[in-house]
Design a protein. Structure first.
Length: 305
C-alpha cells in the first residue's frame, strides 16, 4: 500500500476550493452589490418628491412706488389679449374699484363671476388703517360676517393699546399707544356697521366674463392672473381708490408731520362713494402696508408680481 500522499501539485478537491475564492469571491461580491444598488435606486424612485414650489409667492397688484396709471394700462392690455380658457375652470383676476363700497353693493358689481375674497380698509382721513382680506364666496353675507370678526379683534386691540398707554413712561410712546387705541375703536365701529370699506375683490371667471366685468360702472381695473394656481401662495395688492398717481402709504398725521402726498384724501366712512365712469384701462403688483398684524377673521396684506 502506497502510504505516500498525493503527488505534489495535486492536493484534491479541498485544495481546489481554497484556490477558487480569488476570482469567484470578487464576482459574487460585485453581483450582490449590483442587486443592492438596484434595490436602493428603486426605493428612491418610489419616495414622494417634495413640493418644489415651496417658498415661491406670486404677487398680483401694485408695489409701493409703482405708477398706478401704468399698472392699469398694462392690466387692460393683458386682459384684452387673454386667450379663451376652459369656462369651467376660469382665470383668477384682481378687480380694483374706484371707490370704497359697502358689502350690499357687491352683488351687483360682481354679478356673474365667482368671488373668492374681498380686500377692505377703513378709509379714515389722515390715518393708516389695516388692509384685510375677507372670504367672500357669498356676498354680502360672508363679507358682513368677516367684518364682524375684524370688529371683535379691533375691540381687543383697542383694549390692549389702552393698557400699554397707561403703563408707558415716555410721552411719545404713550401717545403712540393712545392713537393706536383710538384708530382701532374707529375701525371696529366702522366694520360693525358694514361700512363702505371694500375696494377690491379676487374673482375667477372665463376671459370673456372678466372683460365684461371691466366695463361695469365702479370697476377701476381687472388684472388677470392666469399664472395663479394656488391662492395660499398668492398675494393680491390692489391700489387704493384715493391714490391716482403712485402707490404710497397714506399719511398718518397723528404721529408724523404730513408729507407731500399727491393722492386724494380718503373719504369718510359713512358709506360707498358714488360710481365713477367705467374703467377703460387696467395692470398689475403691493399696496400699502397694514398698521397692525392680522389675526382671526381677515388676514393682513403684505405688499407684486
Amino acid at each position: 500500500m502506497d502510504a505516500a500522499g498525493p503527488p505534489p501539485g495535486d492536493r484534491g478537491p479541498l485544495a481546489d476550493a481554497r484556490r477558487r475564492p480569488g476570482w469567484l469571491g470578487w464576482a459574487a461580491a460585485l453581483s450582490v452589490g449590483a442587486v443592492l444598488l438596484a434595490a436602493g435606486w428603486t426605493d428612491r424612485r418610489d419616495e414622494p418628491v417634495g413640493d418644489r414650489t415651496v417658498g415661491e409667492v406670486t404677487r398680483v397688484g401694485v408695489a409701493p412706488g409703482d405708477a398706478i396709471p401704468t399698472y392699469l394700462r398694462s392690466a387692460a392690455t393683458e386682459l384684452a389679449a387673454l386667450p379663451p380658457a376652459d369656462a369651467s375652470a376660469g382665470t383668477y383676476a384682481l378687480v380694483s374699484f374706484d371707490a370704497y363700497l359697502r358689502p350690499d353693493a357687491l352683488p351687483a358689481v360682481l354679478a356673474d363671476v365667482s368671488v373668492v375674497e374681498v380686500v377692505a380698509r377703513v378709509p379714515l382721513p389722515d390715518r393708516q388703517t389695516e388692509v384685510v382680506h375677507l372670504a367672500a364666496q357669498r356676498t354680502p353675507q360672508d363679507v358682513l360676517a368677516g367684518m364682524a370678526g375684524v370688529a371683535d379683534r379691533k375691540d381687543r386691540e383697542a383694549t390692549d393699546q389702552r393698557d400699554r398707554a397707561a403703563a408707558a413712561a415716555e410721552p411719545l410712546l404713550r401717545r403712540t399707544y393712545s392713537t393706536g387705541a383710538e384708530v382701532a375703536v374707529r375701525e371696529a365701529r366702522a366694520y360693525r356697521t358694514g361700512c363702505g370699506c371694500v375696494y377690491a375683490a379676487v374673482v375667477r371667471a372665463a376671459p370673456d366674463a372678466l372683460r365684461e366685468l371691466a366695463t361695469r360702472p365702479g370697476v377701476r381695473g381687472v388684472d388677470p392672473a392666469p399664472e395663479v394656481r394656488r391662492l395660499d401662495r398668492t398675494v393680491f395688492l390692489p391700489p387704493l381708490p384715493e391714490q391716482r398717481d403712485v402707490v404710497r402709504p397714506p399719511a398718518d398725521t397723528a404721529l408724523t408731520p404730513e408729507v407731500g402726498d399727491s393722492s386724494e384724501a380718503a373719504p369718510d366712512v359713512t358709506g360707498s362713494s358714488p360710481d365713477r365712469a367705467p374703467a377703460g384701462t387696467a395692470r398689475r403688483p403691493p399696496t400699502t402696508a397694514p398698521t397692525s398684524p392680522d389675526v382671526g377673521a381677515g388676514r393682513s396684506s403684505p405688499p407684486s408680481r
